[in-house]
Design a protein. Sequence first.
Length: 155
Amino acid sequence: MTTQEDDTAITVLIGRFFRTLNERRFEGDWGKEFFTDDVIAESPHGSARGAAAVRQSQQAVEDWAAIQYMNTDILIEAGGAGPDSATASWNSLMTHIHHESALEKLGQGLDPLFTVGGVWDVDLRRTTDGWRFSRTSVRPIWMSGTAPQLPAAAE
């Protein structure tokens, strides 16, 4: 079982991570604040590990003119990998605005908004610097608006 202090730290980590994405604050080695060195990231964009997973997270944001992710119903449980591990999941409403150039490639008169309702599932590990994501996975439940063209490998 995670303690109330752990739950608070994990909830703050999740909030800070999404605030960083929404505000595009990718200075320096920004991923160290959120990810373990061996993190695995799984999304509709594909799967990546380590530094490539951090780059994938940043690229998934930069592919859009703007984003805003709002998260709710965070559930945290002790992980099966020992006292320094946990899992968490939450619902997310993910709103994206296409770059004008990307929208032009997709077609005329399309909605610039693409909205996704989905679920995030993560594994976390307690490090000397605090809780960090060791695995992230986002699973879309529904989508509305003009979908992006995903790379061929992700389709």
